[in-house]
Design a protein around this ligand. Structure first.
Ligand code: ATP
Ligand code: MG
Length: 428
């Protein structure tokens, strides 16, 4: 009896090869835009101490209270699969002294949160992440936002709305929080269960509620704009005028807060209406207190995180054509296989723009030609016993009706190089 199939974990997805190649293209676009802007890749681990998230993301957040995947790390340690990247980046920057002066970093990779899986919401999902440490802004705020917008354009994602807001400094958030608590306290009977819990712990997070029954009450709540201290108000209007100077449309949303505790001043989100309730594709903000909170000196910083699954659902730009692909058809026994393998080695060494797939597993001419066209190859190179005897190979353009051409084996690399030069369009 065959054994039972093991299924993938709920909320965790496989990327089939066609998807993986679209992702690779997106990764390449993001890498070149961010590296081009002076951001350098910082590869930080997936596994961190649970305490890192308790101290940065915050005890009262959904992430820390119910979404972390934690495991026993021995010696009484609790380790956590990272639910987000910023805390780990800051931890790593501090550990390696890369928090002094100014640093721009980016990273990409999987994040883990125990959420209810649905479209656009997974338990293992992926993010691109950009962080600028040591910058007080608002110039860097505008630049980071502009780079995210550039990534969306390059990948053909349109129709996103950029919302911005300021959460002010610690002092103004304190008075706003008091004010907000008083307002919601007055409407206690209209609060849903989640919001009642948040009322004491962090009333700002009530604004984050997705419950439509809460939206009217939230709309009537006081705005943080009235509480911003002059410095934060200047910062926000600086950001607004910088965004305006590059013609990047945005909307001020005075009720935009972010779910994590470490944000201050600038917060922003790129929103879509095409992914149901999962409307944020990229979200970020300033976290001027985080470096200090994690044991470093006071250091201003800002970052964003872009959800790759949501990004890829919206991306329309198709990956650029791959390199010219050649399929090597081998019709014969060991002697033909030897000549074929030698030719494959030579073409792979001498033709940088070619991908070469060598047929393996034998079979007749028709079957092998069928494999050739299914492989997506542009050309088939055919070697049989007859061709071998006269030192030639057949070359067939699989996108043309014309028959095959005999080419001396010695000239094949040059001929294929010429063809590849002509068929690869310049990357736009
Ligand atoms: P949401 O409001 O959708 O729960 P969030 O505020 O929890 O998002 P962030 O922590 O800001 O999300 O993460 C940044 C981005 O990562 C989000 O805008 C989204 O694109 C993506 N993201 C977050 N959680 C998930 C998830 N569970 N599955 C897929 N993508 C996610
Ligand atoms: Mg969330």
């Amino acid at each position: 009896m065959p054994s039972r199939l093991i299924q993938s974990v709920r909320g965790v997805r496989d990327l089939k090869p066609a998807e993986a190649s679209a992702w690779r293209h997106a990764e390449e676009v993001v890498r070149s835009i961010l590296e081009g802007g002076g951001y350098r890749e910082f590869r930080v681990p997936v596994l961190e101490h649970a305490e890192l998230y308790r101290r940065s993301v915050g005890e009262q957040t959904d992430i820390v209270q119910k979404e972390m995947y934690s495991l026993e790390g021995g010696k009484g340690q609790t380790l956590t699969l990272r639910p987000e990247a910023t805390a780990g980046m800051v931890r790593a920057a501090l550990e390696h002294g890369l928090h002094r002066g100014r640093h721009r970093f980016w990273c990409a990779g999987p994040m883990f949160r125990r959420e209810r899986p649905q479209r656009g919401r997974l338990r293992q999902f992926h993010q691109f992440d950009a962080e600028a440490i040591g910058y007080a802004g608002p110039d860097i705020d505008a630049e980071l936002i502009a780079l995210a917008a550039r990534i969306f354009r390059a990948l053909g994602v349109d129709g996103l709305v950029l919302e911005i807001n300021s959460l002010g400094g610690a002092q103004c958030r304190r008075s706003y929080r008091q004010n907000l608590r008083a307002y919601f306290q007055d409407h206690f009977e209209s609060l849903d269960a989640d919001s009642r819990v948040r009322l004491d712990a962090n009333p700002l997070r009530i604004l984050d509620s997705r419950n439509p029954q809460m939206s009217e009450l939230i709309a009537g709540a006081p705005d943080i704009a009235e509480f911003l201290e002059p410095e934060s108000a200047r910062h926000l209007s600086g950001l607004e005028s910088l965004l305006a100077s590059i013609g990047l449309p945005y909307r001020r949303n005075p009720k935009l807060v972010r779910g994590l505790d470490y944000y201050s001043r600038t917060v922003f989100e790129f929103l879509t209406d095409r992914l149901g309730a999962q409307n944020a594709v990229c979200a970020g903000g300033r976290y001027d207190g985080l470096v200090e909170q994690l044991g470093g000196p006071p250091t201003p910083a800002i970052g964003w995180a872009m959800g790759i699954e949501r990004l890829m659902e919206l991306a329309s730009a198709s990956p650029p054509p791959e390199r010219t692909r050649v399929y090597l058809v081998l019709l014969g026994g060991l002697a033909v296989q030897q000549a074929g393998l030698q030719l494959a080695e030579r073409l792979r060494s001498e033709c940088a723009l070619l991908d070469l797939e060598m047929h393996c597993g034998g079979g007749g001419a028709r079957a092998q030609m069928r494999h050739a066209s299914r492989s997506g190859a542009r050309y088939a190179v055919i070697i049989g016993e007859q061709e071998l005897a006269v030192g030639e190979a057949g070359l067939k353009d699989l996108r043309s009706e014309a028959g095959q051409q005999a080419i001396p084996l010695a000239e094949l690399p040059r001929v294929l190089r010429d063809r590849a030069d002509r068929t690869i369009p310049a990357h736009g």
